[in-house]
Ligand binder design. Structure first.
Ligand code: FAD
Length: 565
């Protein structure tokens, strides 16, 4: 086993992790980045449509206040408004940091950063680089990491956070390149491991999005919040089967794309006549779902998204990735024909509950969170463009806070017995047993069927029973082959996170007996601000059982009428 030591350990090299590492280093801390992929090959790279900042370049009447209002109102008031305030106020500065690192955003004729409209926004405020915004951001961030000579260990799958009574003291993982183990001692740890879309059969997320961040933090005592709030993006590819779930960016609708059912009707007129295609994602996703369920979908179980009425040159210029994606995967020219689309599991608004002042876990010392791992910013419905801003705003804050916490001469000790136990657990997976892939497949199917866009109590109870049974199967699973680059082993390791995250989603969804944001209960179809103006928290309780409770929402500025009365 290799042992390393650092002031600040950043786990995850997506937008949030890289930004946290840069800031920790800037604050003078010795910083190490660990990630299961090579530097910067993260979910963030796939982000397409853009980054929200109220710059007012396209519409001078836009303001920080409008950004705040849109985020809270469209988040169904579930957001921690202290975090929203930070997001909207700091997003503009952080985009200029990206420019300083080398990112080149598209420009207006006057040379300012260009902005496009996105769903649920009162003003066009999404800054972009065509439909490849995340890629440009990651290129700039990795350049800055290299320029600073920051230490990074790539292809390390973290399997456990190490803890002592004062909090998190580092992490343990598998070095994929050697098959050996690595333990890192750290004075402070930033967790930025992204989302958990892989718990659903149809998802826009990459293979690494197995929810490890939520699970690792939960295991050492962190509190999770609003895990029922899973965003289903309205438009994922449906065809061919191998491309199912791949994102069709909201920028298509931002650039004028129209949704039509199989009868050719622009059905959003019936569901949201004012905002139409640019309604919040939860509204558009449920509308598409309803059209398909009620028989007005295409034979492939989809609706049409059409941008072919726009000038082909403009489509090529503004949506180059979409043009290429459909040409390559579906042999379809989107400048001439409509795309077929249906909802796809996309984003986790819930996550680890943090203290707004420093991004620290509310319950675990020395553990800081950033990006999709943290809860509270987006409430019940993330606005397109707010997640990329979140990675930069809260990445920088987490990095700075972690560096501050690490400004002590005392390096925590590692518990050798705990390291040996983890090593033995991982070694013991090599045995005869059911293939982990089969259990993973069944879990993803179960979550899609019972815990999807529309939920009800009976389905959720069946899902919980199903998860318990899959948990039993996972304990008897076996991995074959060796330790070098063995995807079956990684599946077995991550299955634990996937099951834990799934259980947290289901328990939270069962507890919230109303419909709010992305969480829609057909047996409680209305939002109930009187009784359910609360966040749902999940924690490891006595005897290691998962417990769900509620606490009042942090509504410091805006409240819906009658809330909590
Ligand atoms: C297709 C797509 C398009 C999107 N478009 C937009 C958009 O236009 N605008 C917007 O605001 N948002 C968008 N989003 C959402 C946004 O991209 C994400 O919320 C955001 O990028 C998450 O960043 P992150 O740094 O938190 O995590 P990620 O970018 O997911 O990075 C996670 C990191 O953790 C590592 N990791 C995971 N598990 C482990 C482990 N066990 N051990 C070690 N390392 C691990 C990964 O390798 C990776 O380096 C999009 C999402 C998708 C999927």
């Amino acid at each position: 086993m290799r042992i390393m030591e650092t002031d600040v350990l950043v786990i995850g090299s997506g937008g949030a992790g890289l930004r946290a590492a840069i800031e920790a280093h800037r604050a003078g801390a010795k910083t190490l980045i660990l990630a299961r992929t090579i530097l910067g090959k993260a979910h963030t790279t796939m982000a397409e449509g853009g980054y929200n900042a109220a710059l007012g370049n396209r519409d001078p009447t836009d303001s920080i206040e409008s950004h705040f209002q849109d985020t809270v109102v469209e988040g169904a008031y579930l957001n921690d408004q202290r975090l929203v305030r930070i997001l909207v106020e700091e997003a503009p500065e952080r985009i200029y940091d990206l420019e300083a690192y080398g990112a080149v955003f598209d420009r207006t004729a006057e040379g300012r950063i260009a902005q496009r409209p996105f769903g649920g926004q009162s003003h066009p405020r999404t800054c972009y680089v065509g439909d490849e915004t995340g890629h440009e951001m990651i290129m700039a961030l990795t350049e800055e990491v290299r320029r600073r000579g920051l230490q990074h260990s790539d292809e390390v799958l973290v399997t456990r956070l190490l803890a002592d009574p004062t909090g998190c003291v580092g992490a343990f993982g598998v070095e994929m390149r050697t098959g050996g183990y690595l333990a890192v001692r750290a004075k402070a740890t930033v967790l930025a491991l992204g989302g958990a879309g892989q718990v659903y059969r149809v998802t826009s997320n990459p293979d690494e999005a197995t929810g490890d961040g939520y699970a690792l933090a939960y295991e050492i005592g962190a509190e999770l919040m609003d895990m029922e709030q899973v965003q289903f993006h309205p438009t994922g590819m449906v065809h061919p089967e191998s491309a199912k779930g791949i994102l069709v960016t909201e920028a298509v609708r931002g650039e004028g794309g129209q949704l039509k059912n199989a009868r050719g009707e622009r059905f959003m007129e019936r569901y949201s006549p004012k905002q139409m295609e640019l309604s919040p994602r939860d509204v558009v996703a449920r509308s598409i779902y309803t059209e398909i369920q009620e028989g007005r979908g295409t034979p492939r179980g989809a609706v049409y998204l059409d941008i072919s009425h726009k000038d082909a040159g403009l489509v090529e210029a503004k949506l180059p990735r979409m043009v290429k994606q459909f040409r390559t995967f579906a042999n379809l020219d989107i400048t001439k024909e409509a795309m077929e689309v249906a909802p796809t599991a996309h984003h986790f608004m819930g996550g680890v509950k943090i203290r707004p002042e420093d991004n620290r876990s509310t319950t675990v010392g020395r553990l800081f969170l950033a990006g999709e791992n943290e809860a509270g910013v987006h409430g019940g419905n993330r606005l397109g463009g707010n997640a990329l801003a979140e990675t930069q705003v809260f990445g920088a804050r987490a990095g700075r806070s972690a560096a501050l916490a690490a400004a002590t001469p005392i390096m925590p000790a590692l518990d050798e017995a705990a390291l040996s136990r983890e090593e033995a657990r991982l070694d013991s997976m090599f045995r005869k047993g059911e293939r982990p892939q089969a259990i993973k497949r069944d879990l993803r199917e179960l979550m899609w069927a019972k815990v999807g866009i529309v939920r009800n109590e009976a389905d959720l109870i069946r899902a919980l029973e199903g998860i318990q049974s899959l948990l039993g199967r996972s304990e008897r699973a076996g991995v074959s082959g060796g330790k070098l680059y063995n995807p079956e082993w990684y599946d077995a390791i991550c299955l634990r996170s996937m099951l834990l995250v799934s259980e947290a989603i289901v328990r939270s969804a069962l507890l919230r007996q109303e419909s709010r944001g992305a969480h829609f209960r057909s047996d409680h179809p209305r939002r109930d601000d009187v009784h359910w103006f609360v966040n749902v928290n999940v924690m490891k309780g006595k005897e290691g059982r998962m417990e769900a409770t509620t606490t009042p929402i942090q509504a410091t500025e805006l409240r819906p009428e009658g809330a909590g009365k």
